[in-house]
Design a protein around this ligand. Sequence first.
Ligand SMILES: *[C@@H]1O[C@H](CO)[C@@H](O)[C@H](O)[C@H]1NC(C)=O
Ligand SMILES: *[C@@H]1O[C@H](CO)[C@@H](O)[C@H](O)[C@H]1NC(C)=O
Ligand SMILES: *[C@@H]1O[C@H](CO)[C@@H](O)[C@H](O)[C@H]1NC(C)=O
Ligand SMILES: *[C@@H]1O[C@H](CO)[C@@H](O)[C@H](O)[C@H]1NC(C)=O
Ligand SMILES: *[C@@H]1O[C@H](CO)[C@@H](O)[C@H](O)[C@H]1NC(C)=O
Ligand SMILES: *[C@@H]1O[C@H](CO)[C@@H](O)[C@H](O)[C@H]1NC(C)=O
Ligand SMILES: *[C@@H]1O[C@H](CO)[C@@H](O)[C@H](O)[C@H]1NC(C)=O
Ligand SMILES: *[C@@H]1O[C@H](CO)[C@@H](O)[C@H](O)[C@H]1NC(C)=O
Ligand SMILES: *[C@@H]1O[C@H](CO)[C@@H](O)[C@H](O)[C@H]1NC(C)=O
Ligand SMILES: *[C@@H]1O[C@H](CO)[C@@H](O)[C@H](O)[C@H]1NC(C)=O
Ligand SMILES: *[C@@H]1O[C@H](CO)[C@@H](O)[C@H](O)[C@H]1NC(C)=O
Ligand SMILES: *[C@@H]1O[C@H](CO)[C@@H](O)[C@H](O)[C@H]1NC(C)=O
Length: 642
Amino acid sequence: MPMCRLLCSFFLALIILSSIPASVDGCDYAQSICGAQAPGDVVIGIMLPCHSKVSLQERIRPESFQCSDFDLVSFMRSLATIHEIDEINAAGFLPGVHLGYLMCDTCSFASKALGDVDYMLEGNRTLNVKCNYTEFRPKVKIILGALNSDVSIALAGLLNVYMVPLLSSTSSAPKLSDKLRFPSFLRTIPSDKHQTKAVAKLMKHYDWNWVGVVYGDDEYGKAAFQSFLADAKANNVCLAYQEVLPHYLDNSQAMVRIKQVAEQIRSSSAQVVLLILKSDLVEGLFREMIETNTSRIWIATDAWSRSRSIAQMDSINKVGDILGFTFLSGKSDSFEKYLKNLTATPGGYNYFIEEYKSLRFNCTPECDSKTPPSYCSIPDLKKIKSSNACNFKDPQEQNDDYLVNTLDTSQAFLHKVAVQAVANALKKLLKCNSSLCLGEINFPPWKLLEELKKVNFSYDNQSFFFNENGDFANFYELIMWKTDGEYRKAQRIGNYKVSNQTVEVQINITWLSTANTTNPQSRCSEPCPPGSVKKILNESCCYNCIPCVEGTYSDEPDLNNCKPCESGTWSLKNSTGCKPRTESYMKWRDPHPIVMMAAAAFGILLLLVIFIIFLVYRDSPPMKRAESKPIVLSWLSFPLVS
Ligand SMILES: *[C@@H]1O[C@H](CO)[C@@H](O)[C@H](O)[C@H]1NC(C)=O
Ligand SMILES: *[C@@H]1O[C@H](CO)[C@@H](O)[C@H](O)[C@H]1NC(C)=O
Ligand SMILES: *[C@@H]1O[C@H](CO)[C@@H](O)[C@H](O)[C@H]1NC(C)=O
Ligand SMILES: *[C@@H]1O[C@H](CO)[C@@H](O)[C@H](O)[C@H]1NC(C)=O
Ligand SMILES: *[C@@H]1O[C@H](CO)[C@@H](O)[C@H](O)[C@H]1NC(C)=O
Ligand SMILES: *[C@@H]1O[C@H](CO)[C@@H](O)[C@H](O)[C@H]1NC(C)=O
Ligand SMILES: *[C@@H]1O[C@H](CO)[C@@H](O)[C@H](O)[C@H]1NC(C)=O
Ligand SMILES: *[C@@H]1O[C@H](CO)[C@@H](O)[C@H](O)[C@H]1NC(C)=O
Ligand SMILES: *[C@@H]1O[C@H](CO)[C@@H](O)[C@H](O)[C@H]1NC(C)=O
Ligand SMILES: *[C@@H]1O[C@H](CO)[C@@H](O)[C@H](O)[C@H]1NC(C)=O
Ligand SMILES: *[C@@H]1O[C@H](CO)[C@@H](O)[C@H](O)[C@H]1NC(C)=O
Ligand SMILES: *[C@@H]1O[C@H](CO)[C@@H](O)[C@H](O)[C@H]1NC(C)=O
């Protein structure tokens, strides 16, 4: 009997959570799609995925989207948002005002998210069409999300109509900084434009100028790659190759393409490879690298720089060094405590927690059988399932440390900061002092947006405010994946300050790829020593060294042109500097002048002797003849014969 109950409730949960009846009448939007809610005076919308996919079969009828693949990391991010809202309520930050929330699952798909906006703004009434939404006062005043930039771009486009603020903690596409196109969008992170600059500065910091790039063909990858191209050029970093990988791995061509890219990486002399990819593609690529024992220095972008699934791949230590940039992060004890005791907010519900608990704690021995039923095929189900799931009486009452131990909860930091930003803006808007709030609770959302742009608060000892593009442009953390047994673990080693564009490395790195502490190299050509200059071959990073000719010099490594010596100075071939032209005087005691003087004295003496002989014998016949013939002596005899 309890067995039947467990199974039934598991099937029921699956039916409720992953299959949505096609007919409108039978569809309970609240339970099946916007599955977490708590009432409040001011309601905050949350749009984050708890499932990472919708089934993308050919779509004929406008039926509801089928979501699949429960996404633990994103689920944790949504819990951080909800937990922070609960904390603010508990602390009485807004006296007399209770914050509520309504969370809808975007399933990482823009169309799905757009469909939820209607429900968020008008509950289950249909949205009234108006010419002017200035006086539009929906229950949801702001939406926190979305996760990926392509979903945020779509949502921001629609929310512009109502000027309902959209505040993301993860969407970093540079396009979203454009406040003419996305006036209602704000984010608690800098634009990717800064991240690619940080990457180029990091390469310059380590003197790597011959690097490879692999990027995805989605909005995020293409925009970040274009931005990196410009930054690489500005920092004299050259691309050994650039490769594109298709975004959706379901594509049967993808594996073939990954193999081609892996071959390119192996055959190139570039030791440093930048991967602007989502984590599942990085995993595919690394699997190839591990199989072929290829080790490189990998630069991670925020999309995978904290990916646990990559850090825990088998033999991950074979791939070499991994460095990357991430957004601000920070652990929180109260959030970890909440994850160990997951319950919906009192008065509300959270079907995502229920789905997680049934994945983890429901007893499903049939999934271990030889022919498991189809619902067992959820990826990672086996990984998520607790080993003593069959000993629990009520799975929904169970709790453990699984989320805290398997996920990097410090990533949730900026979601908490986003909620803090909203609370601080509300405090201003609702004119709160420490005992009550006087402002109108049912305000139109554009007023909150106005207040949000002006917010300046401090949290966890850091100050936060939006710049003119609606971004938090403070800094990135530089991390390195150090070995942790057979797996890897991210360690913070420095940071990149957006305002003054400097990479700061605070911890000495032990490189895996060089087996000692000297920095690994990734150059097309060896640097030219002083005395020689670069003769560029085909690209600015590839060159031969030629020595400077006489009269020119080079005093630094890697100069493009020899410098001419200033007037009054000179140099030999291959010189690192010029020497002044000095006037030197001979000394009487030096051997050289003594020899010269001696020779000159001897010459004069000889002349004198000849002169005397001439005088003495000037009347002899041979002298008379010589007087007219030998030209050489004629000038000597001239004064004598005239
Ligand atoms: C939605 O509709 C149901 C039944 O039609 C009703 O009970 C519920 O109060 C409505 N919710 C909102 C938010 O309007
Ligand atoms: C829109 O409505 C507001 C308030 O009702 C009004 O002040 C404003 O002038 C209207 N704008 C236009 C363009 O009609
Ligand atoms: C990779 O290295 C392992 C051991 O270090 C070796 O057994 C294996 O053959 C190597 N594979 C390739 C493709 O070189
Ligand atoms: C778990 O949370 C519930 C409700 O928030 C609370 O009553 C209970 O004491 C908590 N349990 C533990 C072990 O913290
Ligand atoms: C808050 O403001 C109200 C109305 O202005 C005032 O009566 C009350 O004393 C204030 N409370 C504090 C703690 O300042
Ligand atoms: C934010 O506030 C801090 C101090 O509270 C101040 O130093 C800083 O200049 C402010 N920033 C902006 C942009 O107003
Ligand atoms: C903030 O900084 C102060 C002094 O630097 C320190 O004592 C305090 O613990 C810090 N607080 C947090 C939350 O980090
Ligand atoms: C960047 O800022 C840090 C600390 O604020 C400062 O020490 C450093 O000199 C600055 N660098 C530049 C290039 O301005
Ligand atoms: C890093 O190494 C340098 C020289 O090898 C040393 O001077 C410095 O103190 C080290 N820094 C740290 C943080 O260990
Ligand atoms: C460190 O590595 C470099 C390059 O691999 C090598 O030339 C050098 O001899 C090594 N130094 C030590 C102390 O092992
Ligand atoms: C430039 O020359 C280098 C060295 O000869 C070679 O490795 C590289 O592939 C060349 N690059 C291009 C773009 O031709
Ligand atoms: C230039 O000088 C350096 C050392 O000063 C020497 O190693 C190099 O061989 C010289 N090159 C030529 C072409 O003479």
